[in-house]
Design a protein around this ligand. Structure first.
Ligand code: GLA
Length: 395
């Protein structure tokens, strides 16, 4: 939807007044490698995709936040003075959680009318929720700063943290920082090599000449909150506690090396917990090797690491499931696919594959057909470009 159309929809819903209508946007992400490492202080390697949430926004001179979306009939009217009341909304709680966290962080928010338009499929594991959070945070913080006469740019890393806190504290999902960070800080044609321990990061050029990033959606609906996400996180914490007794200088699993893990793994008696920890520590290692491989333009090695990552998520972390495994298996049957793995939290959602340009059409056709025959669902495919992160895109 182009901005003019969105503006007309906005006026249909909220009417006209003298105040300007502005547009902010924030993308979804696909993680190339480094899964379930972020909340363990490890490394991740996501890309902001060219699918996004756009917010059309207009300031109000009261303390009311109005929310609407182009694809939903729901309208939400919320007061900035009663933000505790909206935690159980079916839609709108991500945005109001962000408002709550911005207030706690000291932003003097003002009321506004907001209309959301998204091109990221909901619940597909491409971070539609993080993109809503970051787009909302950028909009509300920009309006608050302007109302106070502050002209400096909004700090996007801070907006990513606000988004994560909204999801942790308001929505109740104990997610890490990866999705919000990628949405806030993406860069065209680059991946983000992020150290989740201290948020130091590098934009790494996607040296993938002759290859495309193809996202395949299982179209099995999943919801992070309902999934075993929080359970995995607490299993990691238990594993860390045990290793920490022997390695007191480590503050998180991300600071424990594979050698240290091998030395002390026998102390983790529960096999499930040992497996979870092994995934995290080996995955961290794979991210470092992947960044090196990509820097050297070694797509084969990069693909091999992606496959190892998927196997570890399937066998040790147990977050894949039949749909994701089938998509990966079918992808790897195609000559010209360098690598394929699940991406995001798992339990449904999407896979990411590195596919040689000349076999992209064959990939979609054969993987789609075989997936349907085996699972009975139609997969959807997106050939994705790495895009820019959150920003104001027009007035
Ligand atoms: C979800 C969470 C992220 C991250 C991934 C798994 O996308 O929001 O913080 O933990 O799962 O890597």
């Amino acid at each position: 939807m182009i901005l003019d159309e969105l503006k007309n929809r906005f006026i249909d819903i909220y009417g006209e007044c003298g105040e300007e209508i502005r547009f902010f946007s924030s993308p979804g992400r696909v993680n190339l490698i480094g899964e379930h490492t972020d909340y363990n202080g490890g490394y991740v390697f996501p890309v902001a995709v060219d699918l996004s949430t756009i917010v059309a926004a207009r300031k109000r001179n009261d303390r009311q936040i109005n929310l609407a979306a182009t694809d939903l009939d729901i309208r939400v009217k919320a007061s900035l003075d009663e933000l505790d009341r909206y935690k159980n909304l079916d839609w709108g709680h991500y945005q109001l959680g962000v408002a709550d966290e911005l207030l706690k962080a000291g932003y003097d928010l003002i009321g506004c009318d907001l209309l959301y338009h998204g091109t990221i499929p909901y619940g597909a594991g491409l971070s539609s929720s993080a993109s809503i959070e970051v787009a909302t945070a950028l909009t509300l913080a920009t309006f608050a700063n302007e109302a106070k006469g502050i002209n400096t740019c909004v700090d996007l890393v801070e907006m990513a943290k606000i988004g994560q806190r909204a999801e942790n504290n308001y929505v109740g999902v104990n997610c890490g920082i990866m999705d919000q960070f990628a949405s806030a800080m993406g860069k065209k044609d680059h991946a983000i090599f992020l150290n989740c321990r201290d948020l130091s990061f590098k934009h790494v050029p996607l040296h993938m000449k002759g290859y495309k990033i193809v996202i395949s959606n299982t179209n099995k609906k999943r919801s992070l909150g309902a999934s075993k996400y929080n359970e995995r996180r607490s299993e990691c914490e238990k594993g860390f506690e045990i290793l920490h007794e022997k390695i007191p200088e480590a503050t998180c699993l991300g600071e424990i090396s594979y050698e240290q893990f091998n030395e002390y793994k026998h102390l983790i008696e529960n096999k499930t917990i040992r497996n979870r920890v092994e995934h995290v520590i080996s995955e961290d290692d794979r991210v470092l090797k992947s960044v090196k491989a990509l820097n050297n333009g070694n797509i084969e090695e990069f693909g091999r690491l992606m496959i190892e990552s998927h196997n570890s998520l399937r066998d040790l972390y147990e977050v894949t499931g039949n749909e994701l495994d089938t998509l990966v298996e079918e992808a790897l049957k195609i000559d010209g696919v360098a690598g394929s793995r699940m991406t995001g939290a798992g339990f449904g959602g999407c896979t990411v594959s590195i596919v040689r340009d000349d076999v992209v059409d064959e990939f979609k056709e054969k993987v789609g057909k075989n997936y349907y025959e085996r699972i009975g669902l139609n997969a959807t495919f997106y050939v994705c470009e790495a895009g820019d992160g959150a920003r104001e895109i027009g007035k």
